[in-house]
Design a protein around this ligand. Structure first.
Ligand SMILES: *Cc1c(COP(=O)(O)O)cnc(C)c1O
Length: 395
């Protein structure tokens, strides 16, 4: 991984998101869309840097939200505006929403700004159907095929006892009691950072359990978790799978990737504040924090890529990299370097566009990283600067 050239000039800590890297991902997604006629939405949960929504809007069909705030952002910054396709032609935009349970006080506003609403149970559907349909929304039910393709329970909506999606047992009961009048689509979201083989197996489980309801549906939403823009993703097999199901059931497929839109499009630039030693362990304290600025490093957990570094012991000088909070576990990991680290050195972490920016926090009174856009021209622009008020106003 190469350091972006601007890394010595920008304020630290900061996230940098690259327009060219984003566009590269969007072109892959567009290829899937253009070869299938499926629709692709940005799942804002993973990436809500609306500075880039105009670019994303040129390639994709709209956005999806987990509730009112994301839906409002998608409406204000994308779907409520006049949009242009990559060809320059005027285009429409879809604003979808799914929530495990809608807030009564949010619902009417949601129906005004969303065109598709997905319900997590037949109870939710019964409670809200009249208002959603009267507002002209297309409605769907989220199903749970109860088929796990991964081991990490917190990222597996199909794990036993999951609250996400209607199981076939509940679906049949709901169907008998409420029917499906007014329901135009089904939605499933079962994957996390997976390749098309996992989708293929999931889709087989969906068809086996819910296949008899598919002929009456106008659309089927495959959710997110498809790592479509990862180099080893089998894009052509995905295209085949979508075309097959669309033609067999005469329905419209939706994909709503989050990660895949901004995968490897962002960096976190940080500076070394101090070096300390504890026995044989050399520790670099940074102006960025795992706990505050890259929470998935601790939550998922994972080791983020770092430019010009190696595994512990691989290069000559190994350091443990830690944040400047008081949390003992605020450790990013052990990395090695060709030269000793010193105060003021800049480190550039990769994989920092998705989830990091939307999940960061000001624990310990830490400053939030600034947000910088790196334009295709090579110029960079400070999109957002954060300070003390951003900490204070939340409390
Ligand atoms: C999280 C989520 C997505 C996006 O998932 P990615 O892993 O970021 O692609 C899409 N749809 C739903 C319902 C989600 O919860």
């Amino acid at each position: 991984m190469q350091k972006p050239k601007i890394y010595d000039e920008v304020p630290t800590p900061c996230y940098i998101v690259g327009e060219a890297l984003l566009r590269h991902n969007l072109e892959i997604l567009r290829h899937v869309r253009d070869n299938t006629g499926c629709k692709i939405l940005l799942a804002q949960k993973a990436f809500s840097m609306y500075y880039f929504y105009p670019l994303i809007g040129k390639y994709l069909d709209g956005v999806t939200a987990s509730g009112l705030f994301e839906a409002k952002l998608g409406y204000e910054e994308l779907c409520g505006k006049k949009l242009e396709d990559i060809s320059g032609a005027e285009k429409s935009c879809e604003n979808h929403v799914f929530s495990p349970a809608y807030l009564e006080s949010d619902f009417d506003e949601l129906t005004k700004i969303c065109d598709h609403m997905v319900f997590n149970s037949f109870n939710q559907w019964s409670r809200y159907k009249d208002r959603a349909l009267a507002a002209g929304c297309e409605c769907g039910i989220r199903i749970n095929p109860e088929f796990s393709t991964q081991d990490v329970a917190i990222y597996d909506p199909c794990s036993p006892g999951s609250r996400l999606g209607v199981t076939i047992e509940s679906f049949e009961k709901g169907f008998a009691e409420t029917g499906l009048d007014g329901i135009s689509g089904l939605h499933f979201h079962c994957l996390c950072e997976q390749n098309v083989d996992a989708l293929e197996k999931t889709l087989a489980a969906v068809e086996e359990k819910f296949g008899k309801y598919l002929p009456r549906m106008k659309w089927l939403n495959f959710g997110g978790g498809h790592h479509i823009t990862r180099v080893d993703y089998d894009v052509e097999r995905l295209i085949g799978l979508i075309n097959d199901i669309q033609s067999r059931y005469a329905l419209q497929v939706y994909l709503e990737p989050g990660e895949a839109v901004a995968l490897d499009a962002g960096f976190l630039v940080t500076r070394v504040l101090e070096i300390v030693k504890n026995g044989d362990v050399a520790i670099a304290i940074l102006d960025a924090s795992a706990a505050c600025h890259m929470p998935d490093v601790l939550e998922m957990p994972y080791r983020p890529p770092l430019c010009n570094s190696g595994e512990a012991g691989e290069k000559k000088h190994t350091y443990r990299l830690g944040g400047s909070t008081c949390l003992a576990g605020d450790i990013i990991g052990d990395y090695s370097f060709d030269n000793p680290l010193k105060q003021g050195d800049r480190l550039v972490f990769g994989d920092m566009a998705i989830y990091s920016m939307v999940k960061n926090n000001t624990f310990n009174g830490m400053k939030l990283p600034d947000i910088i856009a790196l334009r295709e021209s090579g110029e960079w622009e400070l999109v957002r600067h954060f300070g003390y008020e951003d900490f204070k106003q939340r409390l």
